[in-house]
Design a protein around this ligand. Structure first.
Ligand code: FE2
Length: 593
Protein backbone atom coordinates (compact mmCIF):
# COMPACT_ATOMS: atom_id res chain seq x y z
CA UNK A 1 0.00 0.00 0.00
CA UNK A 2 1.22 3.51 -0.76
CA UNK A 3 2.76 5.18 2.31
CA UNK A 4 0.65 5.11 5.45
CA UNK A 5 -2.59 5.76 3.59
CA UNK A 6 -5.42 3.57 4.78
CA UNK A 7 -6.31 0.83 2.27
CA UNK A 8 -9.95 1.91 2.67
CA UNK A 9 -10.33 5.49 1.41
CA UNK A 10 -14.09 5.90 1.79
CA UNK A 11 -16.98 3.71 2.91
CA UNK A 12 -18.07 1.05 3.27
CA UNK A 13 -21.48 2.39 2.35
CA UNK A 14 -24.46 0.08 2.58
CA UNK A 15 -26.47 1.12 -0.48
CA UNK A 16 -29.18 -1.05 -2.01
CA UNK A 17 -31.24 -3.18 0.35
CA UNK A 18 -33.79 -5.79 -0.73
CA UNK A 19 -35.56 -8.71 0.92
CA UNK A 20 -32.72 -11.10 0.10
CA UNK A 21 -29.82 -8.95 -1.08
CA UNK A 22 -27.79 -5.81 -0.50
CA UNK A 23 -24.86 -3.91 -2.03
CA UNK A 24 -21.81 -2.52 -0.25
CA UNK A 25 -19.78 0.24 -1.96
CA UNK A 26 -16.18 1.15 -1.13
CA UNK A 27 -13.36 3.34 -2.40
CA UNK A 28 -9.95 1.75 -1.89
CA UNK A 29 -6.40 3.11 -2.08
CA UNK A 30 -5.19 0.39 -4.46
CA UNK A 31 -6.58 -2.16 -6.88
CA UNK A 32 -7.56 -5.36 -5.13
CA UNK A 33 -10.37 -7.68 -4.16
CA UNK A 34 -12.99 -6.52 -1.69
CA UNK A 35 -14.72 -9.11 0.46
CA UNK A 36 -17.78 -8.68 2.65
CA UNK A 37 -18.04 -11.25 5.46
CA UNK A 38 -21.30 -11.91 7.31
CA UNK A 39 -22.89 -14.90 8.95
CA UNK A 40 -19.85 -17.09 8.18
CA UNK A 41 -20.23 -16.40 4.45
CA UNK A 42 -18.25 -14.25 1.99
CA UNK A 43 -19.10 -12.17 -1.06
CA UNK A 44 -16.39 -10.64 -3.27
CA UNK A 45 -15.83 -8.13 -6.03
CA UNK A 46 -12.64 -6.92 -7.69
CA UNK A 47 -12.12 -3.15 -7.74
CA UNK A 48 -12.72 -1.09 -10.87
CA UNK A 49 -10.80 2.08 -11.63
CA UNK A 50 -11.83 5.60 -12.63
CA UNK A 51 -9.23 8.34 -13.12
CA UNK A 52 -6.69 6.54 -10.93
CA UNK A 53 -9.19 5.96 -8.08
CA UNK A 54 -10.34 2.47 -7.13
CA UNK A 55 -13.84 1.35 -6.19
CA UNK A 56 -15.83 -1.81 -5.66
CA UNK A 57 -19.47 -2.70 -5.32
CA UNK A 58 -19.98 -6.00 -3.54
CA UNK A 59 -23.31 -7.75 -4.07
CA UNK A 60 -24.39 -9.62 -0.95
CA UNK A 61 -27.10 -12.11 -1.90
CA UNK A 62 -28.81 -15.28 -0.73
CA UNK A 63 -30.04 -13.58 2.46
CA UNK A 64 -33.40 -14.07 4.15
CA UNK A 65 -36.04 -11.37 4.63
CA UNK A 66 -35.64 -9.68 7.99
CA UNK A 67 -32.02 -10.84 8.46
CA UNK A 68 -29.87 -8.68 10.73
CA UNK A 69 -26.27 -9.62 10.05
CA UNK A 70 -23.21 -7.82 11.44
CA UNK A 71 -20.61 -7.59 8.67
CA UNK A 72 -16.95 -6.88 8.09
CA UNK A 73 -15.00 -5.78 5.01
CA UNK A 74 -11.63 -7.09 3.79
CA UNK A 75 -9.41 -5.70 1.11
CA UNK A 76 -7.40 -8.62 -0.15
CA UNK A 77 -6.62 -10.40 3.13
CA UNK A 78 -6.73 -7.40 5.44
CA UNK A 79 -9.82 -6.58 7.53
CA UNK A 80 -10.47 -2.85 7.04
CA UNK A 81 -13.94 -2.40 8.54
CA UNK A 82 -15.03 -2.03 11.25
CA UNK A 83 -11.83 -0.58 12.75
CA UNK A 84 -10.46 -2.58 15.70
CA UNK A 85 -11.10 0.17 18.24
CA UNK A 86 -14.35 1.45 16.74
CA UNK A 87 -16.48 3.53 19.09
CA UNK A 88 -19.68 2.59 17.25
CA UNK A 89 -21.91 -0.52 17.20
CA UNK A 90 -20.95 -3.18 14.61
CA UNK A 91 -22.29 -2.31 11.13
CA UNK A 92 -25.01 -4.66 9.96
CA UNK A 93 -27.03 -5.59 6.93
CA UNK A 94 -30.73 -5.54 7.78
CA UNK A 95 -32.85 -6.83 4.92
CA UNK A 96 -36.39 -5.70 4.19
CA UNK A 97 -39.04 -7.45 6.24
CA UNK A 98 -42.53 -7.05 4.76
CA UNK A 99 -44.17 -7.37 8.15
CA UNK A 100 -42.11 -4.49 9.60
CA UNK A 101 -43.68 -1.07 8.99
CA UNK A 102 -41.38 1.00 6.81
CA UNK A 103 -39.47 3.91 8.28
CA UNK A 104 -37.91 6.06 5.61
CA UNK A 105 -35.65 9.06 6.15
CA UNK A 106 -35.30 11.79 3.57
CA UNK A 107 -33.77 15.22 3.21
CA UNK A 108 -31.56 17.40 1.04
CA UNK A 109 -29.01 20.22 0.96
CA UNK A 110 -26.07 19.19 3.12
CA UNK A 111 -22.87 21.23 3.18
CA UNK A 112 -19.67 19.65 4.54
CA UNK A 113 -17.97 21.86 7.08
CA UNK A 114 -16.46 20.96 10.46
CA UNK A 115 -18.68 19.81 13.32
CA UNK A 116 -17.00 22.06 15.89
CA UNK A 117 -18.12 25.48 17.15
CA UNK A 118 -16.93 27.23 14.00
CA UNK A 119 -18.82 24.91 11.66
CA UNK A 120 -21.97 24.92 13.81
CA UNK A 121 -21.90 28.74 13.99
CA UNK A 122 -21.65 29.13 10.23
CA UNK A 123 -23.81 26.24 8.98
CA UNK A 124 -25.78 25.01 12.00
CA UNK A 125 -25.79 21.50 13.40
CA UNK A 126 -25.66 18.68 10.85
CA UNK A 127 -29.02 16.90 11.31
CA UNK A 128 -27.62 13.73 9.73
CA UNK A 129 -24.81 13.59 12.27
CA UNK A 130 -27.17 14.33 15.19
CA UNK A 131 -29.26 11.37 14.06
CA UNK A 132 -26.16 9.16 13.68
CA UNK A 133 -25.14 9.89 17.28
CA UNK A 134 -28.64 9.19 18.60
CA UNK A 135 -28.81 5.89 16.69
CA UNK A 136 -25.37 4.86 17.92
CA UNK A 137 -26.54 5.41 21.49
CA UNK A 138 -29.81 3.56 20.93
CA UNK A 139 -31.85 6.71 21.58
CA UNK A 140 -34.08 6.44 18.53
CA UNK A 141 -35.58 3.70 16.35
CA UNK A 142 -33.79 2.37 13.30
CA UNK A 143 -34.96 3.51 9.91
CA UNK A 144 -34.91 1.15 6.90
CA UNK A 145 -33.45 3.58 4.40
CA UNK A 146 -32.31 7.16 3.95
CA UNK A 147 -33.15 8.90 0.68
CA UNK A 148 -30.89 11.87 -0.03
CA UNK A 149 -32.96 13.95 -2.43
CA UNK A 150 -30.39 16.40 -3.73
CA UNK A 151 -27.45 18.69 -3.12
CA UNK A 152 -25.48 15.92 -1.40
CA UNK A 153 -22.36 17.93 -2.29
CA UNK A 154 -21.91 21.58 -3.24
CA UNK A 155 -19.62 21.80 -6.24
CA UNK A 156 -20.12 25.57 -6.52
CA UNK A 157 -19.83 26.65 -2.87
CA UNK A 158 -16.77 25.00 -1.36
CA UNK A 159 -15.53 24.90 2.23
CA UNK A 160 -12.14 26.16 3.49
CA UNK A 161 -10.93 22.56 3.60
CA UNK A 162 -11.94 21.96 0.01
CA UNK A 163 -10.29 25.18 -1.08
CA UNK A 164 -7.03 24.10 0.58
CA UNK A 165 -7.09 20.97 -1.56
CA UNK A 166 -7.84 23.00 -4.69
CA UNK A 167 -5.11 25.54 -3.94
CA UNK A 168 -2.55 22.75 -3.63
CA UNK A 169 -3.15 21.73 -7.25
CA UNK A 170 -4.10 24.92 -9.14
CA UNK A 171 -4.53 28.64 -8.77
CA UNK A 172 -7.79 29.77 -7.17
CA UNK A 173 -7.68 32.89 -9.29
CA UNK A 174 -8.18 30.94 -12.52
CA UNK A 175 -11.61 29.70 -13.59
CA UNK A 176 -13.51 28.04 -12.05
CA UNK A 177 -11.81 29.56 -8.98
CA UNK A 178 -13.11 28.12 -5.73
CA UNK A 179 -15.59 25.89 -7.52
CA UNK A 180 -14.89 22.25 -8.36
CA UNK A 181 -12.98 21.81 -11.59
CA UNK A 182 -12.75 18.11 -12.39
CA UNK A 183 -13.13 14.48 -11.28
CA UNK A 184 -10.18 14.63 -8.90
CA UNK A 185 -11.69 17.55 -7.01
CA UNK A 186 -15.09 15.86 -6.95
CA UNK A 187 -13.49 12.72 -5.42
CA UNK A 188 -12.10 14.90 -2.65
CA UNK A 189 -15.45 16.68 -2.20
CA UNK A 190 -17.25 13.35 -1.68
CA UNK A 191 -14.53 12.35 0.79
CA UNK A 192 -15.19 15.49 2.82
CA UNK A 193 -18.96 14.87 2.77
CA UNK A 194 -18.87 11.28 4.01
CA UNK A 195 -15.72 10.74 6.09
CA UNK A 196 -16.63 12.20 9.49
CA UNK A 197 -16.49 9.21 11.86
CA UNK A 198 -20.17 9.27 12.89
CA UNK A 199 -21.42 9.89 9.33
CA UNK A 200 -19.17 7.18 7.93
CA UNK A 201 -20.45 4.69 10.49
CA UNK A 202 -24.08 5.62 9.82
CA UNK A 203 -23.67 5.19 6.07
CA UNK A 204 -22.00 1.80 6.62
CA UNK A 205 -25.04 0.47 8.45
CA UNK A 206 -28.05 2.40 7.11
CA UNK A 207 -28.93 1.74 3.43
CA UNK A 208 -29.07 4.87 1.32
CA UNK A 209 -30.33 6.02 -2.03
CA UNK A 210 -29.66 9.36 -3.69
CA UNK A 211 -30.57 11.68 -6.54
CA UNK A 212 -28.74 14.82 -7.62
CA UNK A 213 -30.04 18.35 -7.57
CA UNK A 214 -28.42 21.45 -9.02
CA UNK A 215 -25.54 22.01 -6.56
CA UNK A 216 -24.19 18.51 -7.09
CA UNK A 217 -23.26 20.02 -10.46
CA UNK A 218 -23.92 23.78 -10.22
CA UNK A 219 -26.59 26.22 -9.03
CA UNK A 220 -29.50 26.37 -11.52
CA UNK A 221 -28.21 23.36 -13.47
CA UNK A 222 -30.35 23.00 -16.63
CA UNK A 223 -32.73 25.76 -15.68
CA UNK A 224 -33.25 26.86 -19.28
CA UNK A 225 -31.92 26.69 -22.81
CA UNK A 226 -30.15 30.04 -22.50
CA UNK A 227 -28.51 28.94 -19.21
CA UNK A 228 -27.21 25.85 -20.99
CA UNK A 229 -25.90 27.91 -23.90
CA UNK A 230 -24.21 30.41 -21.63
CA UNK A 231 -22.45 27.74 -19.56
CA UNK A 232 -21.24 25.96 -22.67
CA UNK A 233 -19.42 29.11 -23.70
CA UNK A 234 -17.19 29.13 -20.60
CA UNK A 235 -13.80 27.40 -20.92
CA UNK A 236 -14.33 25.31 -17.75
CA UNK A 237 -17.90 24.06 -17.88
CA UNK A 238 -17.31 20.98 -20.01
CA UNK A 239 -14.65 19.53 -17.70
CA UNK A 240 -16.74 20.34 -14.64
CA UNK A 241 -19.86 18.69 -16.02
CA UNK A 242 -17.94 15.60 -17.15
CA UNK A 243 -16.31 15.31 -13.71
CA UNK A 244 -19.64 15.96 -11.99
CA UNK A 245 -21.67 13.37 -13.91
CA UNK A 246 -18.89 10.74 -13.90
CA UNK A 247 -18.32 11.06 -10.18
CA UNK A 248 -22.10 11.10 -9.60
CA UNK A 249 -22.32 7.74 -11.38
CA UNK A 250 -19.49 6.33 -9.23
CA UNK A 251 -20.28 7.83 -5.82
CA UNK A 252 -24.06 8.15 -5.89
CA UNK A 253 -25.79 6.38 -8.77
CA UNK A 254 -24.15 2.94 -8.79
CA UNK A 255 -25.41 2.21 -5.28
CA UNK A 256 -28.96 3.17 -6.28
CA UNK A 257 -29.18 0.15 -8.57
CA UNK A 258 -30.56 -3.17 -7.37
CA UNK A 259 -28.29 -6.19 -8.07
CA UNK A 260 -30.71 -7.38 -10.78
CA UNK A 261 -30.07 -4.21 -12.81
CA UNK A 262 -26.29 -4.04 -12.51
CA UNK A 263 -25.62 -6.22 -15.54
CA UNK A 264 -28.04 -4.08 -17.58
CA UNK A 265 -26.21 -0.85 -16.72
CA UNK A 266 -24.12 -0.05 -19.78
CA UNK A 267 -21.10 1.14 -17.76
CA UNK A 268 -21.13 -1.39 -14.93
CA UNK A 269 -21.69 -4.22 -17.43
CA UNK A 270 -18.16 -3.43 -18.66
CA UNK A 271 -16.79 -4.00 -15.16
CA UNK A 272 -18.70 -7.26 -14.82
CA UNK A 273 -17.65 -8.49 -18.26
CA UNK A 274 -14.01 -7.51 -17.65
CA UNK A 275 -14.06 -9.11 -14.23
CA UNK A 276 -15.13 -12.48 -15.54
CA UNK A 277 -13.13 -13.05 -18.71
CA UNK A 278 -9.90 -12.64 -20.56
CA UNK A 279 -6.49 -11.27 -19.80
CA UNK A 280 -6.57 -8.16 -17.68
CA UNK A 281 -9.77 -9.35 -16.11
CA UNK A 282 -10.56 -8.80 -12.48
CA UNK A 283 -10.45 -12.56 -11.90
CA UNK A 284 -7.32 -14.69 -11.83
CA UNK A 285 -6.65 -17.91 -13.77
CA UNK A 286 -8.24 -19.96 -10.98
CA UNK A 287 -11.51 -18.14 -11.58
CA UNK A 288 -11.27 -16.26 -8.31
CA UNK A 289 -11.09 -12.48 -8.21
CA UNK A 290 -7.56 -11.24 -8.88
CA UNK A 291 -5.97 -7.85 -8.68
CA UNK A 292 -6.19 -6.91 -12.36
CA UNK A 293 -8.56 -4.05 -12.50
CA UNK A 294 -11.05 -2.97 -15.16
CA UNK A 295 -10.68 0.74 -15.90
CA UNK A 296 -14.09 2.39 -16.35
CA UNK A 297 -12.73 5.90 -17.01
CA UNK A 298 -13.54 5.88 -20.73
CA UNK A 299 -17.00 4.27 -20.48
CA UNK A 300 -18.17 6.54 -17.66
CA UNK A 301 -16.83 9.74 -19.27
CA UNK A 302 -18.29 8.68 -22.59
CA UNK A 303 -21.64 8.23 -20.85
CA UNK A 304 -21.36 11.70 -19.28
CA UNK A 305 -20.68 13.23 -22.71
CA UNK A 306 -23.66 11.53 -24.31
CA UNK A 307 -26.18 12.22 -21.55
CA UNK A 308 -25.41 15.92 -21.61
CA UNK A 309 -26.42 16.14 -25.27
CA UNK A 310 -29.00 13.37 -25.33
CA UNK A 311 -30.52 12.87 -21.87
CA UNK A 312 -32.78 10.13 -23.19
CA UNK A 313 -29.87 7.68 -23.63
CA UNK A 314 -29.58 6.97 -19.90
CA UNK A 315 -31.90 6.89 -16.90
CA UNK A 316 -30.81 8.19 -13.50
CA UNK A 317 -34.26 7.60 -12.00
CA UNK A 318 -34.94 4.37 -10.13
CA UNK A 319 -37.41 2.58 -7.92
CA UNK A 320 -37.16 0.77 -4.60
CA UNK A 321 -39.76 -1.61 -3.19
CA UNK A 322 -39.97 -1.51 0.57
CA UNK A 323 -42.56 -4.12 1.48
CA UNK A 324 -45.65 -2.09 2.32
CA UNK A 325 -44.65 0.82 0.13
CA UNK A 326 -42.77 1.81 -2.99
CA UNK A 327 -40.32 4.63 -3.52
CA UNK A 328 -39.97 5.97 -7.06
CA UNK A 329 -37.14 8.49 -7.36
CA UNK A 330 -37.35 10.65 -10.44
CA UNK A 331 -34.56 12.73 -11.93
CA UNK A 332 -35.90 16.27 -12.20
CA UNK A 333 -32.60 17.80 -13.40
CA UNK A 334 -30.88 15.90 -16.18
CA UNK A 335 -33.83 14.56 -18.18
CA UNK A 336 -35.27 17.96 -19.02
CA UNK A 337 -36.27 19.03 -22.48
CA UNK A 338 -34.71 22.47 -22.95
CA UNK A 339 -35.34 23.67 -26.43
CA UNK A 340 -36.13 27.25 -27.39
CA UNK A 341 -39.63 26.27 -28.46
CA UNK A 342 -40.27 23.30 -26.18
CA UNK A 343 -39.66 22.78 -22.45
CA UNK A 344 -40.57 19.85 -20.25
CA UNK A 345 -39.32 18.61 -16.90
CA UNK A 346 -39.05 15.07 -18.31
CA UNK A 347 -38.17 13.88 -21.77
CA UNK A 348 -40.64 11.41 -23.36
CA UNK A 349 -38.60 8.31 -22.38
CA UNK A 350 -38.36 9.46 -18.77
CA UNK A 351 -42.06 10.26 -18.66
CA UNK A 352 -42.92 6.83 -20.09
CA UNK A 353 -40.75 5.15 -17.45
CA UNK A 354 -42.35 7.17 -14.65
CA UNK A 355 -45.79 6.37 -16.03
CA UNK A 356 -44.98 2.65 -15.70
CA UNK A 357 -43.71 2.93 -12.12
CA UNK A 358 -46.64 4.91 -10.75
CA UNK A 359 -49.16 2.20 -9.98
CA UNK A 360 -51.28 1.20 -7.01
CA UNK A 361 -51.46 -2.05 -5.04
CA UNK A 362 -49.10 -0.66 -2.40
CA UNK A 363 -50.18 0.84 0.91
CA UNK A 364 -48.10 4.00 0.40
CA UNK A 365 -46.54 5.39 -2.73
CA UNK A 366 -43.57 7.74 -2.30
CA UNK A 367 -42.32 9.84 -5.18
CA UNK A 368 -38.85 11.27 -4.58
CA UNK A 369 -38.11 14.39 -6.60
CA UNK A 370 -35.35 16.81 -5.60
CA UNK A 371 -37.58 19.76 -6.51
CA UNK A 372 -40.92 20.05 -4.70
CA UNK A 373 -43.79 19.06 -6.96
CA UNK A 374 -46.26 21.21 -5.01
CA UNK A 375 -44.92 24.63 -4.06
CA UNK A 376 -46.88 27.08 -1.92
CA UNK A 377 -49.68 28.08 -4.36
CA UNK A 378 -48.55 31.74 -4.73
CA UNK A 379 -45.03 30.65 -5.68
CA UNK A 380 -46.41 28.06 -8.07
CA UNK A 381 -48.40 30.69 -9.94
CA UNK A 382 -45.41 33.05 -9.89
CA UNK A 383 -43.14 30.44 -11.51
CA UNK A 384 -45.79 29.42 -14.02
CA UNK A 385 -46.30 33.06 -15.03
CA UNK A 386 -42.54 33.59 -15.25
CA UNK A 387 -42.20 30.56 -17.53
CA UNK A 388 -44.78 31.97 -19.91
CA UNK A 389 -43.08 35.39 -19.92
CA UNK A 390 -39.56 33.95 -20.28
CA UNK A 391 -40.69 32.01 -23.31
CA UNK A 392 -41.61 35.32 -24.94
CA UNK A 393 -45.41 35.40 -24.66
CA UNK A 394 -45.22 39.17 -24.10
CA UNK A 395 -42.19 40.04 -26.19
CA UNK A 396 -38.44 39.74 -26.04
CA UNK A 397 -37.70 42.45 -23.50
CA UNK A 398 -40.16 41.00 -20.96
CA UNK A 399 -38.75 37.58 -21.80
CA UNK A 400 -35.21 38.65 -20.92
CA UNK A 401 -36.32 40.10 -17.57
CA UNK A 402 -38.30 36.94 -16.79
CA UNK A 403 -35.29 34.74 -17.64
CA UNK A 404 -33.14 36.82 -15.27
CA UNK A 405 -35.72 36.34 -12.54
CA UNK A 406 -35.85 32.63 -13.24
CA UNK A 407 -32.13 32.31 -12.55
CA UNK A 408 -31.63 34.85 -9.78
CA UNK A 409 -34.42 33.61 -7.51
CA UNK A 410 -34.57 30.00 -8.69
CA UNK A 411 -37.93 30.02 -10.47
CA UNK A 412 -37.22 26.58 -11.85
CA UNK A 413 -39.36 24.04 -10.04
CA UNK A 414 -42.04 21.79 -11.53
CA UNK A 415 -44.26 24.88 -11.76
CA UNK A 416 -41.80 26.39 -14.23
CA UNK A 417 -42.16 23.33 -16.48
CA UNK A 418 -45.88 23.17 -16.84
CA UNK A 419 -45.84 20.42 -19.43
CA UNK A 420 -44.26 17.82 -17.14
CA UNK A 421 -46.16 19.12 -14.13
CA UNK A 422 -49.62 18.68 -15.61
CA UNK A 423 -48.83 15.25 -17.02
CA UNK A 424 -47.39 13.87 -13.78
CA UNK A 425 -50.33 15.32 -11.81
CA UNK A 426 -52.76 13.48 -14.10
CA UNK A 427 -50.84 10.21 -13.67
CA UNK A 428 -50.84 10.61 -9.88
CA UNK A 429 -54.59 11.33 -9.88
CA UNK A 430 -55.08 8.22 -11.97
CA UNK A 431 -53.26 6.17 -9.30
CA UNK A 432 -55.31 7.91 -6.59
CA UNK A 433 -58.57 7.07 -8.39
CA UNK A 434 -57.68 3.37 -8.29
CA UNK A 435 -57.31 3.13 -12.06
CA UNK A 436 -53.86 1.55 -11.76
CA UNK A 437 -54.44 -1.11 -9.14
CA UNK A 438 -55.85 -0.60 -5.66
CA UNK A 439 -55.41 3.06 -4.70
CA UNK A 440 -52.67 3.60 -2.09
CA UNK A 441 -53.72 5.09 1.27
CA UNK A 442 -51.32 7.95 0.65
CA UNK A 443 -49.27 9.24 -2.25
CA UNK A 444 -46.45 11.41 -0.95
CA UNK A 445 -43.99 13.52 -2.92
CA UNK A 446 -40.71 13.72 -0.97
CA UNK A 447 -38.52 16.68 -1.90
CA UNK A 448 -35.93 19.21 -0.81
CA UNK A 449 -34.02 22.09 -2.43
CA UNK A 450 -35.91 25.09 -1.06
CA UNK A 451 -34.17 25.54 2.33
CA UNK A 452 -37.37 25.27 4.28
CA UNK A 453 -39.55 22.31 5.18
CA UNK A 454 -43.31 22.14 4.82
CA UNK A 455 -46.28 19.93 4.00
CA UNK A 456 -48.83 20.63 1.31
CA UNK A 457 -51.90 18.57 0.53
CA UNK A 458 -54.11 18.30 -2.50
CA UNK A 459 -57.36 19.52 -0.99
CA UNK A 460 -60.47 17.47 -0.51
CA UNK A 461 -61.76 18.92 -3.72
CA UNK A 462 -59.62 16.14 -5.22
CA UNK A 463 -62.14 13.69 -3.80
CA UNK A 464 -64.68 15.23 -6.16
CA UNK A 465 -62.38 14.09 -8.94
CA UNK A 466 -62.57 10.57 -7.53
CA UNK A 467 -59.29 10.47 -5.58
CA UNK A 468 -59.21 7.65 -3.06
CA UNK A 469 -55.66 8.39 -1.83
CA UNK A 470 -54.47 11.36 0.17
CA UNK A 471 -51.91 13.21 -1.92
CA UNK A 472 -49.31 15.16 0.01
CA UNK A 473 -46.06 16.97 -0.62
CA UNK A 474 -43.50 16.65 2.19
CA UNK A 475 -40.37 18.79 1.92
CA UNK A 476 -37.24 18.42 4.04
CA UNK A 477 -34.50 20.96 3.38
CA UNK A 478 -31.81 21.70 4.50
CA UNK A 479 -29.99 18.89 6.31
CA UNK A 480 -27.20 21.41 6.90
CA UNK A 481 -27.30 24.67 4.99
CA UNK A 482 -29.70 27.07 6.72
CA UNK A 483 -31.16 30.13 5.08
CA UNK A 484 -30.01 33.38 6.80
CA UNK A 485 -32.64 34.60 9.26
CA UNK A 486 -33.39 37.85 7.43
CA UNK A 487 -33.99 35.93 4.20
CA UNK A 488 -36.37 33.54 6.00
CA UNK A 489 -38.65 36.36 7.07
CA UNK A 490 -38.48 37.95 3.64
CA UNK A 491 -39.20 34.67 1.83
CA UNK A 492 -42.16 33.84 4.06
CA UNK A 493 -43.66 37.29 3.56
CA UNK A 494 -42.92 37.12 -0.16
CA UNK A 495 -44.64 33.74 -0.53
CA UNK A 496 -47.72 34.99 1.36
CA UNK A 497 -47.90 38.25 -0.56
CA UNK A 498 -47.85 36.42 -3.88
CA UNK A 499 -50.97 34.34 -3.37
CA UNK A 500 -53.74 36.76 -4.38
CA UNK A 501 -51.98 38.83 -7.06
CA UNK A 502 -50.49 35.79 -8.76
CA UNK A 503 -53.84 33.97 -8.77
CA UNK A 504 -55.46 37.13 -10.14
CA UNK A 505 -52.96 37.28 -13.02
CA UNK A 506 -52.93 33.54 -13.65
CA UNK A 507 -56.73 33.36 -13.80
CA UNK A 508 -56.88 36.15 -16.36
CA UNK A 509 -54.01 35.03 -18.55
CA UNK A 510 -54.80 32.87 -21.53
CA UNK A 511 -51.19 31.63 -21.54
CA UNK A 512 -50.81 30.57 -17.89
CA UNK A 513 -52.37 27.16 -17.34
CA UNK A 514 -54.51 26.58 -14.26
CA UNK A 515 -53.52 23.57 -12.14
CA UNK A 516 -56.24 20.95 -12.51
CA UNK A 517 -56.38 20.13 -8.78
CA UNK A 518 -56.01 22.62 -5.92
CA UNK A 519 -53.70 22.22 -2.94
CA UNK A 520 -52.80 24.06 0.26
CA UNK A 521 -49.76 24.30 2.49
CA UNK A 522 -50.92 22.72 5.74
CA UNK A 523 -47.80 22.76 7.93
CA UNK A 524 -44.54 24.69 8.09
CA UNK A 525 -42.44 26.31 6.92
CA UNK A 526 -39.67 25.23 9.28
CA UNK A 527 -36.26 26.65 8.58
CA UNK A 528 -34.10 24.50 10.87
CA UNK A 529 -31.53 22.02 9.63
CA UNK A 530 -33.36 18.71 9.71
CA UNK A 531 -33.87 15.24 8.37
CA UNK A 532 -37.42 13.89 7.94
CA UNK A 533 -38.59 10.49 9.12
CA UNK A 534 -41.67 9.06 7.41
CA UNK A 535 -43.10 6.09 9.30
CA UNK A 536 -45.83 3.85 7.98
CA UNK A 537 -48.54 3.23 10.56
CA UNK A 538 -50.99 1.00 8.74
CA UNK A 539 -52.86 3.22 6.31
CA UNK A 540 -51.54 6.36 8.06
CA UNK A 541 -48.23 8.05 7.64
CA UNK A 542 -46.39 9.84 10.44
CA UNK A 543 -43.71 12.32 9.41
CA UNK A 544 -41.33 13.86 11.93
CA UNK A 545 -38.60 16.39 11.13
CA UNK A 546 -35.58 15.81 13.38
CA UNK A 547 -32.83 18.35 14.00
CA UNK A 548 -29.82 18.69 16.28
CA UNK A 549 -29.12 21.05 19.15
CA UNK A 550 -25.88 21.82 20.97
CA UNK A 551 -26.34 21.68 24.75
CA UNK A 552 -23.82 22.73 27.40
CA UNK A 553 -21.39 23.94 24.74
CA UNK A 554 -20.71 20.36 23.55
CA UNK A 555 -20.63 21.09 19.83
CA UNK A 556 -19.35 17.66 18.87
CA UNK A 557 -22.27 15.82 20.50
CA UNK A 558 -25.50 17.57 19.49
CA UNK A 559 -28.77 16.22 20.85
CA UNK A 560 -31.54 15.04 18.53
CA UNK A 561 -34.60 17.34 18.59
CA UNK A 562 -38.01 17.47 16.95
CA UNK A 563 -38.56 20.36 14.56
CA UNK A 564 -42.04 19.48 13.34
CA UNK A 565 -44.42 16.55 13.11
CA UNK A 566 -47.52 15.69 11.09
CA UNK A 567 -49.81 12.73 10.82
CA UNK A 568 -51.34 12.00 7.44
CA UNK A 569 -54.44 9.85 7.97
CA UNK A 570 -54.65 7.43 5.08
CA UNK A 571 -57.73 7.42 2.98
CA UNK A 572 -58.92 4.12 1.71
CA UNK A 573 -61.76 3.14 -0.55
CA UNK A 574 -62.53 0.01 1.52
CA UNK A 575 -62.82 2.02 4.71
CA UNK A 576 -66.31 3.45 5.35
CA UNK A 577 -64.84 6.16 7.61
CA UNK A 578 -62.19 7.15 5.16
CA UNK A 579 -63.85 10.39 4.21
CA UNK A 580 -63.78 9.58 0.52
CA UNK A 581 -66.26 11.59 -1.50
CA UNK A 582 -68.42 14.59 -0.92
CA UNK A 583 -68.98 14.09 2.81
CA UNK A 584 -65.63 15.55 3.74
CA UNK A 585 -65.12 17.74 0.76
CA UNK A 586 -65.11 20.99 2.70
CA UNK A 587 -63.50 19.89 5.88
CA UNK A 588 -60.29 21.75 5.21
CA UNK A 589 -56.86 20.51 6.10
CA UNK A 590 -56.52 16.80 6.55
CA UNK A 591 -52.93 16.78 7.71
CA UNK A 592 -52.79 17.37 11.42
CA UNK A 593 -50.04 17.74 13.94
FE1 FE2 B 1 -31.03 22.54 -5.14
Amino acid sequence: MAGSRSPLVLGPMLRHIGETDATVWVETAEAGVVTVEADGREWRAPTFGVKGHHYALVVVDGLAAGDELPYAVRIDERVVWPPADHAYPPPRIRTIDRSRPTKLLFGSCRTSVSHDRKGNDSNGVDALRALALALAEGKTDWPDLVAFVGDQVYADETSDEMQEFIAARRSLSEPPGKEIKDYEEYAHLYGLAWSDEAIRWLLSTLPSCMIFDDHDIRDDWNTSWSWHEQMNQTPWWHERLMGGLSSYWVYQHLGNLPPSELARDEVYARALAGASSGPGSGFGSDGRPGADEVDLTDPVFDLARRVDRHPEVYRWSYRRDLGDCRLVVVDSRAARVLEPDHRSMLDPEEMAWLDEQLTGDVEHLFIGTSLPFLLPPGLHDFEAIDEVLAEGAHGRLVGTVAERGRRSIDLEHWAAFNEGFAEVFDIVMDVARGNRGRAPSTIAFLSGDVHNSYVAEVTDAAARHGAQSRIVQAVCSPIRNPMPRAVRVMMSAFARSLVRPMRFIAERSKHVPDPAYPWLVTDGPWFDNCLAEATVQGSDLAIVWRGGEVRGGDDLHPVLTTVGAVRVPGRHADDPDSGVGEGRADEGHTVTR
